[in-house]
Ligand binder design. Structure first.
Ligand code: FAD
Ligand code: NAD
Length: 397
């Protein structure tokens, strides 16, 4: 008899949790499961603002996938997906192809540049281990280069485009790192400028206004200059051009202005909004009973406010196991589970010892919020790799 083939694309928060659930629920020979991901490691996107600024080691942001799954039950394939062909039930990889009976798509997001000229070419983004390594090295290089030609103050000007959570968390780390770099290169701190530029009328649009004020105050005290209600309209090799016609000369532009789903989603012919598919209550793509879409590739409406839930790791890690259970149920011809999101709250770091957060109706700031952020990060390490991983990669202090 035919053993169903299950293929999971992406070993991020969603894909990894799906794989772990499948290895737990499936009986021997009930299905063949293959997990495909671009890198041999799973990386913690929620941690990337730190190695990007250089305030933590890169090694604390990733872990080998084969250490996290049972290789007797899950086949891990390190490869880049090039095409998804739902009509043929096939996935094309850079070095081959896989056919499937059931598919889980968890390929994560991509930076969204909204077609703003020059961003794709001249700005850097916080999206992967390689991209944050490049940002860190670029920042360090600017300090060295400034020493060689001290007329180039643009080398000490850092522009972060977008004051969403990614932008805010990154400027918090950058502001912590700058004094270290100034000491190391014997440069006056007052020469260094950090701009966080936000198009909306407020930083962290949609978040609690009191917490937004608190965050801005903490970051301003560390030397961050905000330009709010000011859109970046172009990025050039010299810096950025703002909607106000002001130009900021900067050798370092980091774009944190938004994310979209993966382009492969649209190319596969799924009906999508910016690379995100509006899935049904069982997390399936409309019209495809065998294709489950999770994490940043999926779109779910929060009916309480009639707006889509933001793409978060929290969402992805809750969806993964439900998609996996629903594949097991499909194989066993049992009824599928309905997914409901449990909002556990939001906590954003503002650099060392500082954070803001909302948990239920409780607002948190300062040390307590920062401790909670650490607990959340360590919890993820514990979920995927148990005590030993939590101890090895967790930041307890
Ligand atoms: P991802 O975790 O992005 O995983 C996608 C996987 O697919 C990766 O392993 C990737 O290598 C792989 N992949 C991609 N393309 C291909 C391809 N073509 N072929 C093969 N493999 C591929 N969310 C929170 O809830 N809390 C936070 O504190 C938080 N902090 C964040 C901080 C930063 C700096 C950033 C950038 C994001 C943060 N987020 C946070 C958002 C969160 O990271 C994402 O929502 C989450 O990673 C989505 O999970 P996912 O499983 O959909 O995709
Ligand atoms: P985002 O879309 O949430 O924020 C992007 C910001 O850039 C917005 O405030 C937007 O107004 C601004 N922007 C857009 N175009 C601009 C322009 N031309 N000029 C200036 N500003 C512009 O993106 P993000 O911050 O990367 O977050 C992505 C997802 O990841 C969100 O769902 C977020 O909740 C999640 N996330 C969560 C955390 C956390 O919980 N700690 C941290 C990081 C990211």
């Amino acid at each position: 008899s035919h053993i169903p083939k299950v293929v999971i694309l992406g070993a991020g928060y969603g894909g990894l949790m799906a794989a772990k659930r499948l290895q737990k629920e499936l009986n021997y020979n009930e299905a063949d499961v293959t997990l495909v991901s671009k890198h041999e490691y799973h990386y913690f996107t929620t941690h990337l603002h730190m190695p990007a600024a250089g305030t933590d080691k890169l090694e604390n942001s990733y872990v080998e996938i084969t250490k996290l799954i049972d290789e007797f039950k899950i086949d891990f394939v390190k490869s880049t997906v090039q095409e998804i062909r739902p009509e043929e039930k096939k996935v094309v990889l850079e070095d081959g192809a896989l056919s499937y009976d059931y598919l889980i798509i968890g390929l994560g997001g991509e930076p969204e540049t909204f077609g703003i000229p020059g961003l794709a070419e001249h700005a850097m983004t916080i999206r992967s281990i390689n991209s944050v390594k490049a940002i860190r090295e670029h920042i360090e290089e600017q300090f060295k280069l400034f020493k060689q030609d001290q007329t180039r103050v643009d080398r000490l000007t850092f522009v972060v485009g977008g004051a969403g959570f990614t932008g805010i968390e990154f400027v918090g780390e950058l502001a912590d790192r700058i004094p270290e770099l100034c000491r190391e290169h014997n440069i006056d701190r007052s020469l260094v400028k950090i701009y966080n530029i936000e198009a909306a009328p407020t930083a962290l649009p949609g978040f609690d206004p009191k917490l937004v004020d608190y965050a801005m105050k903490v970051l301003q005290d560390k030397g961050v200059t905000f330009k709010i209600a000011t859109a970046i309209k172009e990025c050039t090799p010299e810096g950025v051009l703002l909607a106000t016609e002001e130009e900021i000369k900067s050798a370092t532009v980091v774009w944190t202005g938004g994310v979209r789903g993966n382009r492969l989603i649209e190319q596969a012919g799924f009906e999508a909004m910016r690379g995100r598919v509006k899935v049904d209550e069982h997390l399936r793509a409309p019209g495809h009973d065998n294709v489950f879409i999770i994490g940043d590739n999926s779109l779910m409406i929060n009916t309480a406010i009639d707006r889509p839930y933001p793409p978060t790791a929290q969402m992805a890690m809750q969806q993964g196991p439900v998609a996996a259970s629903n594949i097991v149920a499909s194989i066993r011809k049992q009824p599928l589970k309905t997914f409901t999101f449990q909002n556990k709250g939001t906590v954003a770091s503002l650099g060392k010892g500082q954070a803001i957060g909302v948990v239920g109706n409780t607002k948190l700031t300062g040390f307590m919020a920062a401790q909670l952020k650490k607990v959340i990060d360590i919890r993820w390490l514990f979920i995927i790799g148990g005590i030993s991983l939590a101890l090895r990669k967790g930041k307890f202090f």
